[in-house]
Design a protein around this ligand. Structure first.
Ligand code: NAD
Length: 231
């Protein structure tokens, strides 16, 4: 078995027209990260946070998967030498719409989390501080089911277990700054798993990878998948 573990970040969706998270200026779609992606920000101004994710959710309906998502779906469905695991930090659904299954460690735009019954529900329209939980039917208790800064990502044990059963770790379109995902390259190295970074350009984490392929994911990922599938 030669399992492949793939971690994707905002860069894989950039060519679909979804802005990446700009770590340099601390802004995400013109908003301060602490206002729209922290539990404190939600407590301070829940309306702003609902509206921010409403905009992201509406935008999702106007974009489509790009060549990199389709290439990974092809690998996911056709690789015969082992299992392909795709773990994404992205909250969009472009891996799924391209035909793959991805583990969403940072939650999903089209889900809301109920602060009363703690259940997550599918949510494809706008939400507000008045929205009603589809499960417990209580009003005003929903928040976007997104893992915000300071919160624990989902599926960590499952993700680590899949990573440690792989022979190749590939990070695609991620800046390598957001933990714990940023630590996976170190974990892979310690377990003697080969590591490959694919990004538009070198990142702060590039030095930790065995190899790197740099350029737009639409092209680099497509070429890399073709190579893997003919091997
Ligand atoms: P990031 O924004 O910090 O980094 C994006 C990386 O992608 C950068 O290193 C950049 O060089 C690279 N990149 C940009 N365009 C590329 C392209 N065409 N091809 C290949 N690489 C490209 O993203 P992150 O590391 O994923 O962390 C950001 C956090 O913000 C995540 O937790 C995520 O949940 C959230 N986020 C998600 C989305 C989304 O769902 N699409 C978008 C923005 C932010």
């Amino acid at each position: 078995m030669k399992n492949i573990f793939i971690l994707t970040g905002a860069g894989i969706s950039a060519e679909s027209g979804i802005a990446t998270f700009r770590a340099e200026d601390g802004l995400w779609e013109k908003h301060k990260v602490e206002d729209v992606a922290t539990p404190d920000g939600f407590r301070r101004n829940p309306e702003l946070v609902h509206n921010f994710y409403n905009e992201r959710r509406r935008q999702l309906k106007t974009v489509t998967p790009n060549a990199a998502h389709f290439a990974l779906a092809k690998l996911y469905n056709n690789y015969s030498q082992g299992i392909v695991t795709i773990v994404t930090q992205n909250i969009d659904d472009l891996h799924e719409r391209a035909g793959a299954t991805a583990i969403h460690m940072h939650g999903e735009l089209e889900k809301m989390l109920c602060l009363n019954c703690r259940k997550s529900c599918l949510w494809q329209e706008d939400s507000s501080i008045e929205s009603i939980c589809t499960n417990c039917e209580k009003r005003g208790v929903l928040r976007p089911d997104i893992v915000w800064f300071g919160e624990m990502p989902y599926f960590l044990a499952e993700i680590e277990s899949c990573l440690l059963k792989s022979s190749l770790f590939v990070a695609i379109g991620t800046s390598g700054l957001v933990y714990p995902a940023a630590g996976y390259v170190q974990l892979a190295r310690a377990a003697k798993i080969k590591t490959l970074e694919m990004n538009l350009e070198k990142t702060a984490a590039s030095q930790f990878f065995d190899a790197g392929i740099y350029g737009k994911a639409g092209q680099t990922v497509t070429e890399w998948v073709e190579e893997i599938l003919i091997k």
